[in-house]
Design a protein around this ligand. Structure first.
Ligand code: NAD
Length: 454
């Protein structure tokens, strides 16, 4: 099948590469010339396990191309995936300007039937707006080409995007009941047939329910995280171990073990903005989503928990102190720094006068870019942050180690070597990587999240 992917970011690039790998001819469009130049030159703009190899082998056989040519992109695909960003607007609602610009471009150039797929996460009702934008362009040109908009939200996780895309738990397809909608649905079923060989994973529903499903899923996961973070803070106060509590409740099949890890708050490009967006959608309809409003508030506070513990230990002024910081990305196996809790901690420590030596296997370059933006409102602030090539190198002379991301490389360190390298053996672990008893037995003062048993 000829497929066009509009927007070559985390979702678009993974979708395009994986669909090409199944034998489709995929045209990836992006308006960012630098990104397209990098891709056509053999580079990959994001870090995602396995992705580079898939791109290389499909580019080599001519099934995957990258371009900024809008007219050519519309001409290429009978299926047009819209996978552009939907960042939060100033009021928290999803900013649809990129989605609607992509829709207008389709309408501006299409001459035959197109299946238009909303893969971006978009509020309920967006398919109608996409449809109207295309229709307006067609009317302006007096062209009568048909189309139908399918809602096909993406559930991949960064860090495991290729694996998730190629082995999805479910494929949600929202389609209209009219003839064009059913024709578009049949096309999508054919495209996704290779994923359903083992068993049927497709959930077909109306368009609005499909759009809603994506927000409901992310809102549920964010709720579990904030729920556990709030309980972890109480566990710290009463002397219980949240990790034992997690196992105690997770063993109930109605609850399960996943997404119950206490930490420094959720980040990334999806949970924060999607929770905000559904809260906003509800307000527009005169309803308050009180649970989700609390989920967001708890998460915002949780990002400061580690910085507060550090200040409680060393006092409000950290001038002359050096902190090793392991992990910058919002989660392991990605270089994504969007809404990463590490940004909050770094800013708080720098404001208090500290020096930081950070390590991350993939996100250093991205950190440098986003920190320049974060600190733009703090002119004169001494940006005392440097980056170590290896985790152990960050520890030399450190007053304490702060752990922000649970990369595998941090899980089994040589504790004796760590202790010898540091000025004082203190660990603030925002991801609960270690057992408090083990750390104490090895001479460390150890503060996790919700593990302060006494
Ligand atoms: P991204 O910011 O990484 O990529 C978006 C790309 O779209 C950018 O490269 C941008 O230049 C390009 N773009 C913008 N307007 C364009 C246009 N008119 N034509 C062509 N290209 C255009 O975004 P992402 O993380 O891939 O997210 C895309 C969507 O998928 C969002 O709605 C997001 O919520 C959703 N989503 C993301 C994830 C994730 O883990 N990142 C998971 C599921 C769903």
């Amino acid at each position: 099948m000829n497929i066009t992917i509009i927007g070559t970011g985390y979702v678009g690039l993974v979708t395009g590469a994986c669909l090409a790998d199944l034998g489709n001819n995929v045209f990836c469009l992006d308006l960012d010339q630098t990104k397209i130049d990098l891709l056509t030159g053999g580079g990959v703009p994001i870090y995602e396990p396995g992705l580079k190899e898939i791109i290389e082998r499909n580019v080599e056989v001519g099934r995957l191309t990258f371009s900024t040519d809008i007219a050519a992109s519309v001409a290429h695909g009978s299926v047009q995936f819209i996978a552009v960003g939907t960042p939060p607007d100033e009021d928290g609602s999803a900013d649809l300007q990129y989605v609607l610009a992509a829709a207008r471009n389709i309408g501006r150039y299409m001459t035959d039937f197109k299946v238009v797929v909303d893969k971006s996460t978009v509020p309920v009702g967006t398919a109608g707006k996409v449809s109207a934008a295309i229709k307006a362009e067609l009317a302006q040109r007096a062209v009568a080409a048909g189309f139908s908009v399918i809602s096909n939200p993406e559930f991949l996780k960064e860090g495991a995007a290729v694996e998730d895309f190629t082995r999805p738990d479910r494929i949600v397809l929202g389609a209209d009941g009219d003839e064009a909608g059913q024709h578009a649905l049949a096309t999508m079923r054919q495209l996704y047939a290779p994923f359903n060989r083992n068993h049927e994973r497709t959930r077909v529903m109306d368009v609005k329910s499909a759009e809603f499903t994506k927000y409901a899923a992310n809102a549920m996961l964010a709720t579990r995280i904030s729920f556990m973070n709030e309980l972890a803070n109480l566990a710290d106060k009463v002397g219980a171990d949240i990790e034992l509590v997690r196992q105690g409740i997770g063993s109930d099949p109605r609850i399960g073990y996943s997404f119950l890890y206490a930490g420094t708050g959720y980040g990334g490009s999806c949970f924060p903005k999607d929770v905000q967006a559904i809260v906003r959608t509800a307000r527009e309809h005169g309803q308050a989503l009180r649970v989700l409003e609390a989920v967001e508030a708890v998460n915002n506070d949780q990002k400061y928990v580690l910085a507060n513990k550090i200040m409680a230990q060393f006092g409000p002024s950290l001038t002359g102190r050096t902190f090793a910081l392991w992990g910058l990305a919002f989660k392991p196996n990605t270089d994504d720094m969007r809404d990463a809790p590490s940004r909050v901690v770094i800013k708080a420590l720098l404001r208090a006068g500290a020096s930081i030596v950070a390590h991350d296997p993939a996100a250093v370059q991205e950190t440098q870019r986003v920190l320049a933006l974060d600190l733009a409102d703090a002119p004169g602030l001494l940006v005392n942050i440097s980056y170590a090539g290896k985790p152990m190198d960050a520890l030399t002379g450190a007053d304490a180690l702060i752990i922000m991301t649970e990369w595998k490389a941090y899980r089994s360190p040589n504790l004796a070597a760590m202790k010898a390298a540091m000025k004082s053996p203190i660990v603030f672990d925002g991801r609960n990587l270690f057992e408090p008893q083990l750390m104490a037995a090895n001479g460390f003062q150890y503060a996790g999240i919700g593990r302060n048993t006494h």
